[in-house]
Design a protein around this ligand. Sequence first.
Ligand code: SF4
Length: 230
Amino acid sequence: MKSLEAELADARDLDVTAIADAIESIGFECTRCGACCKAIECGDEDAGDGAADEHTATVFPDEIRRLQGADDEYDFRDVARPMPYGLSEGADGPEGETFEWSLQTDDCGDCTFYTEDEDGMGACSVHGDRPLICRTYPFSVALGGTSQPMGEAVDREGMVRAHECEGLGREIDRAEAESLAEALKERAVRELEEAIAVRDNYDPVEPEPGEVVVHDSEGQKRPDGTPLDR
Ligand code: SF4
């Protein structure tokens, strides 16, 4: 298995033109259906019986600060929550340790920044500051150490993947394809830089009952984003 450093070198070598070619060949236009911003249960009538599958999208520490706004318009917990994977359900709620943060969700399990008009047309209230994972949806690149590549390959090398999305197959202009390709490369580099920093800053702690500890690229934190000093 390749080291994270080798994967990062590969990410830095990604050819934006080739990625843009792949995106242009499959085509994409956001239809504002909101499927990528909503919980499965709320967004999908077929999902059934109330087993809520909350929206979960990784957001990095610097992206959280940007979303909070220059004047801390939003509290840390308004923006992010501990990534739920790895946590268990204790007597008073989730407990244990986890890695990284996910965008905060509302009561319905949708991304807290998702809004919908009367016609059901979705919008992102932080569009200009949305995290890289949102800027690049439904695409990902197949490099080890990045977020799990999703969906079918759309290039011959199998590097660029596209998750199922109703916007795929729609015409995209070259400038838009290049911009998406650049964001996709930036995301791959950032994800690997984060993974390396999480590994290097990892300091095992034994969470107390009812406590959640989040390991991110800046160290160990409480669910409100403050450092865990112990
Ligand atoms: S930040 Fe915006 S684009 Fe990203 S999941 Fe939330 S509403 Fe959707």
